[in-house]
Design a protein around this ligand. Structure first.
Ligand SMILES: [Zn+2]
Length: 332
């Protein structure tokens, strides 16, 4: 049973929009781009693991994708790609879709990736998953279940072409697999955890509590990276080829790259606005973000969207609705 479905996390969408509106020469561009790559790799890894999850004995497992849970300090969160819960035990799964040769270096607790003559160092995913195991067990203690089930951990490399290797003293090889070994590893966990510690009611309670504690990342992404307003590229993005900015021509926007033209081309850019700034917008903020000079053009856009608003005419704040914008995008 799936309690929480797989979808691209909002944080990944936010980072993507930031990247698309920064110049490549921006000092932190590479750092942000690397983070995006890492998070997308996790998402793609999870996507490809879905196939292997279908071989689980369905009714024995509850599956949660992308849980973001608070640790007991309440100040920090930890993110779990996939959590499997069954009456006897829990599994934390970290999915990685890394390419190339992957070498686990125990001395410095790092994962070194060699791909197309480039070497990169990542934090060791086993160290991370061990930390998550500790954080989750502490969190579960607060759920007041009669017993906290044993927590197993697994790092799954989902790219079939990845080559795994480890230093001789690396202690955690048993926690690392490639996707095809997934089910046999789960069967091993089943064999060593035969004792059912949760009944149906307690399982339901556990699921409910996990969903209640799940806190999607909803921070101000610009503040998170310290990006200043003037550092973003403003304007209307072409909904067909992604080019930024389109040019305003005869009551319409025209793309200098693919020559697509539409009077409603701004809809896609308003999605981006929501990811960067949230749902409130004013006439001035709209002009600034879409790089429109005319107050009346902005007024026309806002009234055509039929938005709810607060405040008097002059300093009116409108509320953008992501769902409504999505259905309009399909019409472009
Ligand atoms: Zn275009």
């Amino acid at each position: 049973m799936r309690q929480k479905e797989l979808e691209i996390p909002i944080r990944v969408n936010k980072i993507e929009v930031v990247l698309k509106r920064l110049l490549k020469s921006y000092p932190k561009y590479q750092e942000i781009s690397d983070e995006f790559g890492r998070r997308m790799s996790g998402y793609r890894g999870e996507q490809s693991l879905r196939y292997h999850l279908t071989f689980l004995k369905e009714k024995n497992y509850t599956i949660f994708h992308n849980l973001r849970l608070p640790d007991i300090s309440g100040e920090h969160f930890f993110e779990i790609d996939i959590l499997l819960v069954n009456p006897a035990f829990i599994v934390i799964i970290d999915a990685k879709n890394y390419r190339g040769e992957l070498y686990f270096d125990d001395t410095f607790n790092q994962l070194i990736q060699t791909y197309q003559d480039t070497r990169k160092s990542f934090q060791c995913p086993v160290a991370q998953i061990n930390r998550h195991q500790f954080q989750l067990s502490k969190l579960l203690e607060t759920f007041k279940l009669p017993t906290v089930p044993p927590i197993e951990t697994l790092v799954v490399f989902t790219n079939p072409n990845a080559i795994l290797d480890a230093s001789k003293d690396f202690k955690y090889s048993h926690k690392i697999i490639k996707s095809p070994s997934f089910i046999s590893k789960i069967e091993l966990f089943e064999k060593r955890n035969r004792n059912k510690v949760l009944d149906k009611k307690q399982l339901q309670k556990l699921s409910k509590m996990l969903l209640k504690k799940h806190t999607p990342f909803d921070h101000d992404i610009l503040a998170h990276y310290g990006i200043k307003e003037h550092e973003l590229i403003k304007g209307v993005r072409c909904p067909k080829c992604d080019f930024l900015p389109m040019v305003r021509k005869h009551r319409s926007w025209s793309c200098p790259n693919c020559h697509y033209s539409s009077s409603k081309a701004y809809i896609k850019s308003l999605h981006e606005y929501i990811l960067l700034y949230g749902n409130s917008i004013t006439n001035r903020r709209l002009r600034d973000f879409l790089d429109i000079e005319s107050v009346s053009t902005a007024t026309n856009i806002l009234s055509s969207l039929n938005l709810d608003y607060k405040g008097s005419y002059k300093d009116r704040t409108y509320i953008l609705k992501d769902q409504d914008l999505k259905s309009e995008v399909n019409l472009l």
